[in-house]
Design a protein around this ligand. Structure first.
Ligand SMILES: [Zn+2]
Length: 252
């Protein structure tokens, strides 16, 4: 058992949200009960996840994409009312960590992608800060684009969008989980063979083609399952609480 405040204190020290200019509040978003014994983790706050938390009698839901985004309609009406009511009726805490959970060197989404695909991590992009979200490295074994697509499909359980690049084989790679297509503009000078991300806008396809960089778009949800899952498992072990990752899938 751990208290809500002890857990938040630990997570804030671990994830250092003060280093980030984020688009949503990091940490406690909805206050529930004080004693935490059972945690549900998930990628995105949504009704199905909360319904599962109620079913499993969870004390706390921990997500990567929480509530209260910049430019979001602040009114508590419609589905937002339903979601909040589910949490409040059952005294369930909601905590969310966004960019700090992308960037963390062990439990972050990018670190966990590297682990999943056995990338040789070299650094984060030098032009960026220590909280940089784009990582760079090498594949442990150079493969062609089609083979890398197959590897992505096998491990992320979805077909990636693939825009072929110039090099015959892929060795050097930059990656950033989630909706990070626009970062391709910041890495083109570094001559990577490939860029892996979760979600892109239409114009990014043309940028990749013109620079001859292999582009793999493997899903926002699919590339961001692994950070919150890994951190949940760590919390469960460290504080002797139960933690269950619930994958409410999204094809985006
Ligand atoms: Zn995201």
């Amino acid at each position: 058992m751990i208290t809500r405040d002890e857990l938040l204190h630990y997570l804030n020290r671990l994830l250092k949200p003060e280093l980030f200019h984020d688009y949503a509040p990091n940490g406690l978003q909805v206050e529930g009960k004080e004693k935490i014994e059972r945690i549900i983790t998930g990628v995105t706050a949504n009704q199905a996840l909360f319904d599962e938390a109620v079913k499993q009698e969870a004390d706390l839901v921990f997500v990567h994409h929480g509530f209260f985004w910049q430019d979001e309609d602040p009114r508590v009406i419609g589905i937002k009312k339903n979601r909040l009511q589910t949490l409040l009726n059952h005294n369930i805490n909601l905590i969310g960590y966004h960019l700090p959970l992308d960037a963390h060197p062990i439990y972050g989404n990018n670190a966990q992608l590297a682990k999943l695909f056995d990338f040789v991590v070299e650094d984060r992009m030098p032009s960026m800060t220590s909280s940089s979200l784009v990582w760079k490295g090498k594949l442990s074994k150079a493969v062609d684009g089609k083979m890398f697509c197959q590897q992505l499909k096998n491990k992320l359980h979805r077909e990636p969008l693939y825009i072929p690049g110039r090099s015959e084989k892929i060795s050097s790679i930059a990656w950033c989980s989630g909706g990070a297509g626009s970062y391709i503009g910041e890495i083109v000078d570094c001559n990577f063979d490939a860029y892996l991300t979760g979600e892109v806008t239409e114009s990014i396809v043309h940028v990749a083609r013109e620079y001859g960089m292999h582009l793999f778009v493997a899903g926002h949800h699919a590339t961001e399952r692994y950070g919150v899952k890994a951190l949940g498992e760590h919390i469960a072990e460290k504080f002797n609480v139960q933690c269950q990752f619930v994958d409410v899938d999204s094809p985006v």
